[in-house]
Design a protein around this ligand. Structure first.
Ligand code: SF4
Ligand code: SF4
Length: 289
């Protein structure tokens, strides 16, 4: 089984548009994962049929037994996340602020605080013409995004153990969900664009992927918007021995396809042509793995 994640150091680079196109063009049987659990939108381009949803329980959170609480306030003083507030004569936990550290359970003189499992999101199971799709949705304000990505990958492996390809639409940034996304995968397709912020994020992304021993390929989206920065990015790729799968020019068809909720490769245009070529280049590389 080959696991490929399409990742970017920042949002808005066209990562999901590329993932949706690869999902429909790559010939291998595959399972798809949308690891952007804060704003999953791969499903918007693949017209999925929802099969089921399941509660996701993240880390335990503190709960105060209001019958046992004597209102001393020791827990509120001890909570460095300011997650316990006074309500009348007693104290209550503000769930979205609680980081689950457990300090309040230790300091409470009345044993009135306990740690309880809590629902922090949902796991969605769907089917698309490109293959089964798993995606997550975190409850607003809750953490555990990295844990949810880990669960999505675990579920995909359990449900589809023999599938030859896992294609992951990665989260933006280089935080915890990205680390959960790239741990143990073979290939990361780095999607960037010619802007100074994207260039800076790309460097950090390369460093991270390298430390996880992930083979990297590069795609530059809207490459003709700033030719000078595109040249600089190509230089960075050469210095880091990263194969460039292709450049996608700016093309208004992308916007039309996104509005219609279809992969851009369903339409004709310069971006579609470039992505077909990128897919061919990727397929050739996969043949040698
Ligand atoms: S430390 Fe215990 S008894 Fe005191 S306010 Fe907190 S929960 Fe209530
Ligand atoms: S578990 Fe930690 S973060 Fe949560 S309320 Fe208790 S002290 Fe605060």
């Amino acid at each position: 089984m080959i696991q490929i994640a399409v990742v970017s150091g920042k949002g808005g680079t066209g990562k999901t548009i590329l993932t949706a196109s690869l999902a429909t063009l790559l010939s291998q049987d595959k399972v798809l994962i949308d690891a952007d659990v804060d704003a999953a939108n791969l499903s918007l381009l693949l017209s999925p049929t929802d099969l089921k949803t399941q509660e996701f329980r993240g880390m335990d959170g503190a709960v105060i037994d209001t019958k046992s609480c004597i209102g001393c306030g020791i827990c509120a003083e001890a909570c460095v996340y300011d997650a316990i507030q006074k309500v009348g004569e007693i104290y209550e936990v503000v769930p979205y602020r609680c980081e689950g550290c457990g300090t309040c359970t230790i300091v409470c003189p009345e044993d009135a605080v306990s740690m309880k499992s809590r629902i922090t999101g949902m796991i969605h199971y769907a089917d698309t013409s490109a293959g089964p799709l798993l995606y997550g949705s975190l409850t607003p304000g809750s953490g555990n995004s990295g844990l949810l990505v880990h669960r999505l990958r675990q579920e995909a492996g359990l449900l589809h153990p023999d599938v030859p390809l896992v294609l992951i639409d990665g989260p933006p940034g280089i935080g915890c969900p990205l680390i959960s996304t790239i741990t143990g995968i073979q290939i990361a397709i780095l999607v960037t664009e010619p802007s100074t912020s994207a260039q800076s994020d790309l460097q950090r992304l390369i460093t991270l992927c390298r430390s996880f021993r992930v083979r990297m390929f590069l795609v530059i989206n809207r490459s003709d918007v700033n030719q000078n920065i595109t040249e600089d990015i190509l230089q960075v790729a050469a210095e880091n021995e990263i194969l460039v799968l292709g450049l996608i020019p700016f093309d208004r068809t992308v916007l039309n396809a996104t509005r219609q909720g279809v992969p851009v490769t369903r339409m004709s245009g310069a971006a579609s042509e470039a992505i077909h070529e990128i897919t061919q280049n990727l397929s050739q590389e996969l043949d040698h793995i």
